[in-house]
Design a binder for this molecule. Structure first.
Ligand code: SF4
Ligand code: SF4
Length: 138
């Protein structure tokens, strides 16, 4: 079972091989492979499996890019996917719930994020990915 925070359900969907460093990128790929392979997901807010491999994770806790900002994205992600912190889920269920996401919903979760502002994450990519259960990263 992997602990995954709300907004990382979006980050995994839009992951295209970019990351903060090589360790982070590898952890992201390995996490996605494990979940696609059937490992279950414990939904959380705050630090998760992916944060543990991120250079922005502070040793004292929190995110160097904005702890509150990341928590607000978790909350928005759960609201838009109609999920709740503490629930158990899985890749197939998340894949189905991706179809709930509209352009405005994506903006609610991702608005202001540097990856979206750089064009790496986008509504166009979301539309391509939303219907694919097995994501291709490149
Ligand atoms: S725009 Fe940011 S929060 Fe949204 S999926 Fe991309 S990296 Fe994650
Ligand atoms: S520590 Fe911050 S930047 Fe790194 S994965 Fe977690 S929320 Fe994202």
């Amino acid at each position: 079972m992997k602990k995954i925070r709300g907004h990382h359900l979006f980050c995994m969907t839009l992951f295209s091989g970019h990351g903060y460093d090589a360790a982070f990128t590898n952890a992201m790929k390995n996490t996605i492979f494990s979940l696609q392979g059937g490992e279950s997901i414990l939904l959380c807010s705050g630090e998760d499996e992916i944060c543990q491999s991120c250079p922005n994770q502070r040793q004292a806790g929190g995110c160097a890019l904005g702890t509150e900002d990341a928590l607000q994205r978790d909350e928005a992600a759960f609201a838009e996917l109609q999920l709740q912190e503490g629930e158990l889920s899985g890749w197939m269920e998340i894949s189905e719930r991706r179809l709930l996401i509209t352009k405005d919903a994506l903006e609610h979760v991702c608005g202001g994020c540097c990856w979206k502002e750089q064009g790496i994450c986008s509504w166009e990519l979301w539309q391509k990915r939303a219907e694919n259960r097995n994501l291709e990263f490149q």
